[in-house]
Design a protein around this ligand. Structure first.
Ligand code: C5P
Length: 404
């Protein structure tokens, strides 16, 4: 990507620098960001100043470096809240194990951490530490916590470390960090002006006032998709079955429903005004033909329920699909996965289908990870096991490509 067309142009960046030997690489990162038209405000931890001087950094950024809560010369207050509102993104590079741990646990004992906790904009970290510290379960768990909260982790690279050891822990090179940020913001805008319908979670089919037929869906995949599409600039119509999840983005408009019939009503009405739909919900295929008004009593030998089919929302929207509208479905399978997914792709008139198999470890209901294969009429792409937030971005990227 050239400077002229950088998606970062005109953005405000808070660059956090912590106490690592890799702090010197922040100078190159500042140069790259400035050249792309980014205004950089450095916030450095006390330990960071042991590795690189504020004078170097303020010369490169043409802004005073922020480190303390107060300016020692005139006692003026540095507002971390204002920085949190000013920034379009925050990147902490290098990020030490200590800072990552404090971020994960909300420990705000310096200006950089208070700024992070006040940050309204997307945040990224580029870890830098010795290989054993990086591999330690505590560090990995802290990184996972941050990842789940939506922080972009720019994984450390492998190579020679300051300790003389060789392994994973080197802060990623500034050029690659810069590319990561550019790619992030390039994809960010790709659904701007689009409206995307997403169905998520299970449905409940009432048997009587206290019982229902349901399934194990938690809605995690659908909610992650809603955030990913909103992150890409779309207005999202999220039709959610009964789940205990919340949304973050103001671009997500949520409608809560209970049954397959209610989900169909809401989805069909909204799809007419949408550019795309991702049908992620685990919709019941059958519902009791009669819903008892009173609680059924334990009588006789047993209970026979007569179930009737629900409307297949995906198939109905597939029929209603207008020229230019895109439709994405899911297939959760336990056997003959590819064949079943291909059949659904065709039958429901989908543009692509996301297949996950319950045979894959870590994939399916309730997990925070998923392993998917995306199938379309033309291709079949297998992805590795990833956190659902990243899987959601992969699916969103594919949807963006349909509009490109
Ligand atoms: O046929 P199957 O239920 O496996 O198809 C899965 C896909 O169809 C998913 O995208 C799911 O959200 C959608 N679906 C639907 N309405 C139904 C059943 C499934 O939209 N009644």
């Amino acid at each position: 990507m050239t400077d002229k067309h950088s998606p970062l142009k005109g953005k405000h960046c808070v660059l956090g620098i912590t106490g690592s030997i890799a702090a010197y690489k922040a100078c190159t990162l500042i140069r790259l960001l400035s050249k792309a038209g980014v205004e950089v405000q450095v916030v450095i931890t006390p330990a960071g100043k042991e590795f690189i001087t504020p004078l170097t950094l303020s010369t490169l950024t043409r802004r005073p470096v922020v480190s303390e809560f107060f300016d020692r010369r005139d006692g003026s207050w540095h507002s971390h809240v204002d920085l949190g509102l000013w920034a379009d993104f925050m990147i902490i590079a290098p990020a030490t194990a200590a800072t990552i741990g404090k971020m994960a646990h909300g420990i705000a004992d310096n200006m950089l951490l208070t700024t992070y906790l006040s940050m309204k904009a997307p945040t990224f970290v580029a870890p830098a530490m010795d290989l054993d510290m990086y591999a330690h379960p505590a560090t990995q768990a802290n990184l996972e916590t941050l990842r789940k909260r939506g922080v972009g982790i720019i994984e450390a690279g492998s190579g020679e470390l300051a300790s003389g050891l060789v392994g994973k822990g080197r802060m990623e090179e500034p050029e690659r960090i810069f590319n990561y940020l550019e790619n992030h913001f390039a994809t960010c805008q790709r659904l701007a002006g689009k409206r995307v319908l997403i169905t998520a979670g299970p449905t409940r089919e009432r048997i009587d006032p206290v019982r229902y037929i349901g399934n194990f869906s938690t809605g995690k995949m659908g909610f992650a998709l809603a955030e990913a599409c909103a992150e890409a600039g779309a207005e999202v119509e999220l039709v959610a079955g009964p789940v205990s999840l919340t949304t973050n983005s103001p671009l997500i408009h949520r409608t809560d429903v209970e049954s397959a019939a209610e989900m169909y009503e809401a989805a069909a009405a909204k799809f007419a005004h949408c550019d795309a739909a991702i049908l992620c919900a685990a919709v019941a295929d059958f519902t009791p033909a009669v819903k008892a008004d009173q609680k059924l009593k334990r009588e006789g030998d047993g209970l026979t329920l007569h179930l009737q089919p629900t409307t297949d929302i995906a198939a109905a929207l597939g029929q209603a699909k207008r020229q230019g509208q895109k439709l994405v479905g899911f297939a959760l399978e336990t056997n003959d996965e590819l064949d079943h997914a291909r059949a659904k792709l065709k039958k429901k008139n989908l543009d692509f289908i996301v297949l996950n198999s319950l045979r894959d470890k870590g994939a399916g209901f309730a997990f925070d990870t998923n392993k998917i294969t995306i199938l379309s009429a033309d291709d079949c792409v297998e992805f590795s096991l990833k956190p659902k937030t990243e899987v959601a971005r992969d699916i969103t990227d594919r949807l963006c490509a349909l509009f490109d």
